[in-house]
Design a protein around this ligand. Structure first.
Ligand code: ATP
Ligand code: MG
Length: 226
């Protein structure tokens, strides 16, 4: 039996009030097992990013719970939620969000800044080497190709060895060759045991994933497992 990593129970999310209220997620139940690679698909505005930000402990649900080791994460103090994000999660954003005036390795080291890990630079170097960025440590993001910038964003997301890696359309701004390259890096991480939830529009992705979650109007309409 696979080990359960995280559970959403009866999660709904509304934005706005009164006539302007939008239900972005509607009574979603979801269990994620350790080591799973999950693709999230659905039309624009269906609630994919909302789902990811809730899984990322960045967006409290309107109703329902997120349980990790039977702890209700959104019931924790904001400080403990921040600890949880730091220790538990890596995030790759669509616009990558590299800091333009920091070198590649300084970007990768960012999640470690607030930790008491001693060998920060060494950790960042090994994450970058793992992602094929040897020799690119001291480049600014503007001196890297789109694919290399994607690799830096992934290295930054995994440098703290998070149990859960979340990625919201990480190839959204890349051409198709670079997209394939980045997706194969995610597959490699998955082969190494990384749990991944990725929002994607690329049908190819689902040949590599264990499960596809389809969202429409805030509801999980199909969850296809392998
Ligand atoms: N902070 C917010 N305030 C108000 N409404 C929001 C907010 N974030 C999202 N929404 C609304 O919630 C719904 C779901 O948005 P969400 O960003 O989760 O969709 P998505 O599936 O990620 O779309 P896309 O594929 O375009 O990125 C949309 O109707 C959106 O307008
Ligand atoms: Mg989105």
């Amino acid at each position: 039996m696979a080990e359960k990593l995280l559970e959403l129970k009866n999660v709904s999310k509304n934005y706005g009030t009164g006539e302007n209220q939008v239900t972005a997620l509607d009574t979603v139940d979801l269990t994620i097992d350790a080591g799973e690679y999950i693709a999230v698909m659905g039309p624009s505005g269906s609630g994919k990013s909302t789902l990811l930000s809730i899984l990322g402990a960045m967006n409290p649900p309107s109703t329902g719970k997120m349980l990790v080791d039977d702890i209700d994460v959104y019931g924790l103090s904001s400080e403990r939620q921040a600890d949880f994000r730091r220790e538990y999660l890596g995030f790759v954003f669509q616009q990558l969000q590299l800091i333009p005036y920091l070198s590649a390795i300084e970007n990768v080291m960012l999640p470690l800044v607030v930790t008491d890990i001693a060998d920060k630079r060494q950790r960042a170097e090994s994450a970058m080497e793992r992602l094929g960025l040897t020799g690119k440590f001291d480049r600014l993001p503007s001196q890297l190709s789109g694919g290399e910038q994607g690799r830096v964003a992934i290295a930054r997301a995994v440098v703290n060895e998070p149990p859960l890696l979340l990625a919201d359309e990480p190839t959204g701004s890349l051409d198709s060759r670079t997209t394939r390259e980045i997706l194969s890096l995610f597959s490699e991480l998955h082969s190494d045991g990384q749990t991944i939830v990725m929002v994607t529009h690329h049908p190819d992705t689902i040949t590599a994933t264990d499960r596809l979650i389809n969202i429409e109007d805030g509801r999980v309409v199909v969850a296809v497992g392998k």
